[in-house]
Ligand binder design. Structure first.
Ligand code: NAP
Length: 287
């Protein structure tokens, strides 16, 4: 199948490179054309609009930033819906709202397309190494059709249920991401105040009960003074707000997630474009 891919940022670039390594033909588009240069150098082909990407492909993926970006790319005049042919498969990998996923699935179905929501977890490293977890919402038959391609970019791939359920699975996942990043930060603040050796602390935590993906992957970045974005603080804030809105609709209270939203909102005032590990900067010991 010929693949289209829109969004050549941190995650899109890693995923596209793995599709190219698996010998897929990939046509790409990105808002800032220069950011597509690395994947074009590896064999991807540029198209000038989302519609032109869809015209060149049988299946098109989007991996953009926010729900409003997804809606724009899919529904604008030169968007995916205007370029796709009947039977085209459209897959949104952006972390977006369950409601938008349901809406796009219904609209896509009415237009004769097959639509999935397929957000991912595993960070910039997972995208680069092809080890992403992928959670998919939509028709199971379409999921089965897309599965071989998803296996080229991910390892844990689940069909979470009907349209929007992939995004719900992602929200439940990122509630945990926020919590583990915050507890990593607090453990580090405590260890520093107590004068502990941070390399020793790293080895104890990651091999013991305090271990987490955040400790294993983000703590070394903090220790090296690397606050660049593998996962943007502003994107985690977006996710926490989506999760809290969805929780509200389901009439459940998530007090820990509300606190996490406050902390990431505070961080995003000055560090929105840094990685989530910059959360340590809320404490003076890391400023
Ligand atoms: P990113 O580096 O900002 O990439 C997003 C890309 O989408 C950018 O290149 C952006 O273009 C492009 N884009 C946005 N709106 C567009 C539009 N209207 N038309 C065309 N292109 C558009 O972000 P990322 O880290 O790859 O994250 C992408 C999504 O994955 C987010 O929803 C994020 O929450 C989620 N996610 C991220 C991680 C992670 O660890 N990074 C992990 C799991 C999920 P510009 O170049 O013009 O900005």
């Amino acid at each position: 199948m010929k693949i289209g891919f829109i969004g050549t940022g941190v995650m899109g670039t890693g995923i596209i490179n793995n599709l190219l390594k698996s010998d897929h033909q990939v046509t790409v588009y990105n808002r800032t054309a220069a950011k597509a240069e690395p994947v074009i150098a590896n064999g991807a082909v540029w198209a000038d609009t989302p519609a032109e990407v869809a015209q060149a492909a049988d299946i098109t993926f989007t991996m953009v930033g926010y729900p409003k970006d997804v809606e724009d790319v899919w529904t604008r005049k030169d968007g995916l819906f205007s370029g796709a042919k009947t039977g085209h498969i459209l897959v949104d990998m952006t972390t977006s709202t369950p409601k938008l996923a349901e809406k796009l699935a219904q609209r896509g179905k009415n237009l004769g397309f097959k639509v999935l929501d397929a957000p991912v977890s595993g960070g910039d490293i997972g995208a680069k190494n092809g080890t992403l977890s992928i959670m998919v919402g939509g028709d199971e038959a379409v999921f089965d059709q897309v599965l071989p391609i998803l296996k080229d970019v991910g390892q844990q791939i689940v069909h979470a249920g009907s349209a929007g359920k992939g995004q719900h699975m992602k929200m439940s996942n990122n509630i945990g991401v926020a919590a583990t990043v915050i507890t990593m930060a607090e453990s580090m603040v405590y260890a520093k105040a107590a004068g502990l050796n941070m390399d020793d602390a790293y080895n104890v935590w990651r091999h013991g009960a305090a271990g987490s993906w955040s400790v294993t992957n983000y703590m070394p970045r903090v220790m090296a003074g690397d606050f660049s974005a593998g996962f943007y603080a502003k994107h985690l804030l977006k996710d926490l707000r989506i999760a809290l809105d969805a929780a509200n609709e389901m009439a459940i209270d998530l007090p820990g997630t509300k606190l996490a939203e406050k902390l990431f909102a505070q961080l995003s005032e000055n560090h929105a474009d840094e990685g989530v590990q910059a959360i340590v900067k809320l404490w003076s010991a890391f400023q």
